[in-house]
Design a protein. Structure first.
Length: 278
C-alpha cells in the first residue's frame, strides 16, 4: 500500500529466480516469490520487474551474452546513442550528467525528440537510457552503482556525453551438449538449469501445446498450469518448487538469452537430429 499498488492483483509464485516482492508491469501483478537457490545479489532483473524494497537497493545486475557479435555506435553532435547491451563506460565515455541534459538536450542530438520521458531512480543504472521496449527515455540515479556497473540489457540503449571510437569485437563460442533425456511423442523435459537452446532443441510452440500434448508426453499431466509473461523466457517450463507448469512470452528475449534456474525444467520439442540454430 505504501508504494501505491493496493489495487493490483497479489500472487505468490515460488522459484521465479528472485526472493522478495516485485511488480510485474506487463500484467500489473504484485508477486512475492521465495527462491532459496539464489541470493539477494543473484535476483533476476528484467525490464518488466519492479522490485519493492525495504530501503534503497545497492545490488546491481549485469547481462552477459556469449555469441558472435559486432558492436557499433551511432553518433551525432556531442552525444552518442549506443546499441543495446553496452554501457558508456565500455567505450570510456561519460554518462549524461543530469536529468535536464538527458531530457532537454541529448534526446534532440540522438533522434529521440518527442519520445516519452521518465525519471526512475535506484533500478541499477545512473545516467540516460532509451528503453526500446517501452519506447521511453529514462534518467535515473542508483545509489552505490558506478558507471562500470550500470545494468546492461538488450533493450537499453545508453545515451552518452561524448563520441566513442567505433570498435568491432568477435567472440566465438564452442557449444557442447550431451543429450541424456527421455522423450515421448516428440517432446522432452530437460534437467534443471538447462534451456532448449543449450540442447539445440526448439521451444514448445504454443500455450495450447504446452498445457496439452507436451505435459502429457513428459509425465506432467494433471499438474497446475499458469500463464505468466515477462519473466525472462518464452516457452514452456516446469517449476519444480511450485509444482506448476508455466507458459510465458518475454519480449526481447532470444533462445540463447533465456533465463535458466535450478528450479526450472524446460519442456522442448525434440529431440533434434541436427542443430536448429547456426
Amino acid at each position: 500500500n505504501m508504494v501505491g499498488l493496493n489495487n493490483s492483483i497479489k500472487i505468490q509464485i515460488n522459484g521465479l529466480g528472485f526472493h522478495g516482492c516485485a511488480l510485474l508491469t506487463s500484467s500489473n501483478w504484485v508477486i512475492y516469490s521465495e527462491s532459496h537457490e539464489v541470493t539477494i545479489a543473484q535476483n533476476v532483473a528484467l525490464p518488466t520487474l519492479q522490485f519493492i524494497c525495504n530501503g534503497i537497493p545497492t545490488t546491481t545486475t549485469t547481462w552477459t551474452e556469449t555469441a558472435t557479435t559486432q558492436t557499433t555506435t551511432t553518433t551525432s553532435g556531442i552525444y552518442t546513442r549506443l546499441d543495446g547491451g553496452a554501457r558508456c563506460a565500455d567505450y570510456g565515455v561519460p554518462d549524461v550528467p543530469s536529468k535536464d541534459d538527458c531530457f532537454e538536450t541529448a534526446v534532440h542530438f540522438v533522434g529521440l525528440a518527442g519520445k516519452q520521458t521518465m525519471e526512475l531512480d535506484n533500478v541499477g543504472f545512473t545516467g540516460c537510457v532509451y528503453n526500446t521496449v517501452a519506447q521511453t527515455v529514462l534518467y535515473g540515479e542508483s545509489a552505490g552503482v558506478t558507471a562500470d556497473e550500470n545494468m546492461v540489457l538488450p533493450n537499453f540503449e545508453y545515451v552518452c556525453n561524448g563520441i566513442p571510437t567505433t570498435t568491432t569485437t568477435t567472440t566465438r563460442t564452442s557449444l557442447t551438449a550431451t543429450r541424456t533425456t527421455t522423450t515421448t511423442l516428440g517432446f522432452v523435459k530437460l534437467a534443471p538449469g538447462s534451456t532448449c537452446w543449450d540442447q539445440q532443441l526448439a521451444a514448445v510452440p504454443s500455450r495450447e501445446a504446452c498445457f496439452g500434448v507436451a505435459i502429457s508426453a513428459v509425465g506432467l499431466a494433471g499438474r497446475p498450469t499458469l500463464e505468466i509473461d515477462g519473466i525472462g523466457f518464452s516457452g514452456c517450463i516446469h517449476n519444480v518448487i511450485a509444482g506448476t507448469v508455466i507458459w510465458g512470452v518475454t519480449a526481447g528475449v532470444t533462445p540463447e538469452t533465456m533465463v535458466a534456474l535450478p528450479s526450472w525444467e524446460y519442456i522442448c520439442s525434440g529431440p533434434a537430429t541436427t542443430p536448429l540454430y547456426p
